[in-house]
Design a protein around this ligand. Structure first.
Ligand SMILES: [Zn+2]
Length: 653
């Protein structure tokens, strides 16, 4: 750490908190194509929660055709008024939080373009579907491979936060705060308006951001500060802003990222702790009451850093910043930005659920699946949310074993995804565009819940070693690109040497469910008698049971639309065991071969090897002739069964 702890001079500000490092350059070789780079200067008006900014966007046409358009996201216009798509779609609610009073101007915010110039000439344009996108018209087409520099001036006002960006109390989260160019792929601009249900998509670049902030504020930010040498010869993270004597000027730098975020709070209101782990400087900005959570937060972040390095590749950035959002600003919580994420904690967690760890690991996971594997979050949200949720479940399993665990009773780390999915498994396919799902719950199911279970299903199909190789190859080959699901499939098929067409159709693109149950178990006593031929001719013997004397049968039924070969394990009362295979193509099958089933069935288990984590109804995948001893285990299983049965029944797939 190069940071100076200053107590300062008239000219140099005090800057004892925040990621350090004087380097204006992180990487000797660019890690990304650096398609869109930003040099931004912005000053914060703290009482007004407003910004004045100017920026130069250096943009290269990496498409296949020339374009005379240059669309800019103006995300804060989502909060400009009730006419925005975001407001119409969300009704002013998001992820359990809601906007403040309509009549309060502070509930609203905006981003207003003041000027867009190219080579000194003023450019015009028009809004898109709503004012969250402005389509700038270029004076001439820009050819593939050509680079332009567009100068933009704007002003913005942050709303009271309920959806990621904004302020509450003395906390401000600046996300989506600057005009940002869309992504040009092939001959198509991808620059969707800000929808309620979806997040963002942007190109990689270098960010040099100069923020003028009131000097009593402590910022947390993407990237590292560019330090300056003070009159005393020491290095400082910020200097006094020559234009605004009560402000500090923070010069911040980040490379090969596709976004830049920052948050501020008065120095007295929050603290910062830092440590180095595996060469990464980790900064934890905490609310005072939550300092006791630091060991848990730290363990979780380190577990995630370690897992990602071992499974995919080491986290390449020099810094990672964790922002513990204050309770009143929860709308800003649980959000990922390059080298920074928000993960609130609470001093009180009554049920011992690993929520703090879950959020920290999940948001860290986005540094990979979203930060570096920057897929299109609007069109294929599962590629970032789903892979991140699956990563979270994996890291939790590895380090904490269960979401909630006692000696006998454990809640699996994917339980939340399992419960969320089965409430409505057939509403939207996993591949539905994020803003085209039926409702917010369905967005979560398609983007988070189902992919987690589907990736578990893929792992069960190909085996854990292969699965590890598939995801590692995907992460390594597609980092700093914009991977799509076709990339994932191509890599998975190459690594495994399998055709995944059926799996893809059933689980990735389809909405049917895998639902096979033990429908019926029966036994038939073996009896002899009736008219039989004896020494004196025909004689009547009353029918009677032959000891041991019974054959049995078992019927399986496929209730769901997905057919898959499945194993049935059966044990008979005479201790014989059978493993039977059913191709699952018909809607039902009965196994009743008397040579196999020559005694009553004692127990049966469908899918005994757990090949189908996505098998819907495990309750009806087990059968026993006699119930288990009614101990603690029995009753806890019964309770658990009732709960899971209720959850399944609530949707009836
Ligand atoms: Zn997420």
């Amino acid at each position: 750490m190069l940071r100076a702890f200053l107590f300062a001079s008239l000219c140099w500000g005090l800057l004892c908190a925040g990621p350090s490092g004087s380097a204006e350059r992180w990487f000797a070789e660019p890690k990304s194509p650096r398609t869109a780079s930003y040099r931004i200067e912005a000053a914060l008006d703290w009482p007004g929660k407003a910004l004045q900014g100017s920026e130069t966007i250096t943009w290269r046409n990496t498409g296949t055709a020339a374009t005379a358009e240059f669309p800019l996201h103006l995300y804060l216009n989502a909060f400009k008024g009730p006419q925005s798509l975001f407001l119409k779609e969300s009704g002013g609610r998001l992820r359990g939080d809601r906007m403040g009073t309509d009549a309060d101007p502070q509930s609203w915010g905006y981003c207003r373009l003041l000027r867009v110039d190219l080579d000194g000439a003023r450019l015009d344009g028009h809004p898109g579907e709503d004012e969250t996108v402005y389509w700038v018209k270029l004076p001439r087409p820009v050819a593939p491979g050509e680079t332009i520099r567009v100068d933009v001036a704007w002003e913005a006002r942050f709303p009271r936060v309920y959806a990621r960006s904004g302020w509450e109390g003395s906390f401000l989260m600046a996300g989506q705060w600057y005009p940002k160019v869309g992504v040009y792929q092939g001959d198509r601009w991808i620059c969707h308006p800000y929808h309620a249900a979806t997040e963002f998509f942007a190109d990689f670049g270098v960010y040099d951001v100069s923020l003028s902030l009131p000097n009593f504020l402590r910022p947390a930010y993407t990237g590292t500060p560019v330090t300056s040498r003070g009159e005393d010869g020491r290095l400082y993270d910020a200097t006094v802003d020559p234009k605004r004597p009560t402000h500090h000027l923070w010069r911040l730098h980040a490379e090969d990222v596709h976004d830049f975020a920052w948050a501020v709070m008065p120095k007295l209101s929050w603290g910062v702790k830092s440590w180095t782990y595996r060469g990464v400087e980790v900064y934890y900005y905490y609310q005072g009451a939550n300092l006791d959570n630091l060991p848990r937060q730290r363990a979780a972040v380190e577990a995630a850093l370690r897992a990602a390095a071992e499974w995919y590749f080491p986290y390449p950035y020099p810094v990672l910043t964790v922002v513990d959002v204050p309770g009143e600003a929860r709308g800003a919580d649980g959000m990922e930005y390059p080298t920074l994420f928000t993960a609130a904690s609470s001093p009180f967690e009554p049920f011992g659920l690993r929520m703090l760890e879950t959020v920290a690991i999940h948001e860290f996971g986005h540094q990979y699946f979203q930060g570096m594997l920057a897929s299109n979050e609007l069109e294929e949200p599962w590629l970032d949310e789903g892979l991140t949720s699956w990563f979270t479940h994996r890291v939790l399993g590895r380090n904490y074993h269960a979401m909630l665990g006692t000696r006998r009773f454990q809640v699996d780390t994917s339980f939340g995804d399992w419960a969320g999915f089965w409430i409505g498994p057939s509403i939207d396919p996993l591949v539905r565009r994020g803003y085209e799902t039926m409702d917010e719950a369905s967005t979560f199911r398609s983007a988070y819940n189902k992919p987690t279970l589907v990736l578990d299903q893929l792992e069960a199909l190909i085996g854990r070693p292969q699965m590890d190789r598939v995801v590692a190859a995907y992460a390594q080959e597609m980092a700093f690109k914009h991977p799509t699901r076709q990339d994932f499939r191509r890599i998975a098929e190459r690594v495994t040497g399998r055709d995944l067409g059926t799996f893809w159709r059933d689980f990735i693109e389809g909405t049917e469910v895998l639902d096979i149950v033990i429908e019926r178990v029966a036994q038939t006593p073996t009896r002899t008698g009736g008219w039989v031929e004896g020494p004196k001719g025909m004689q009547f013997v009353p029918p009677q049971q032959v000891a041991p004397g019974a054959t049995s049968s078992i019927t399986l039924r496929r209730r769901g639309g997905i057919s898959a070969p499945i194993t049935l394990w059966v044990r008979l009362e005479n201790r014989r065991e059978h493993r039977l295979q059913w191709d699952g193509k018909d809607r039902w099958v009965t196994f009743d071969d008397p040579a196999l089933f020559d005694a009553p069935i004692q127990a049966a288990i469908l899918d005994p090897d757990g090949n189908y984590p996505l098998l819907k109804d495990r309750l009806h995948g087990h059968w026993v002739a006699k119930p288990a001893r009614r101990g603690f285990h029995y009753w806890s299983q019964l309770l658990w069964g009732a709960l899971t049965g209720f959850l399944q029944g609530a949707g009836l797939g």
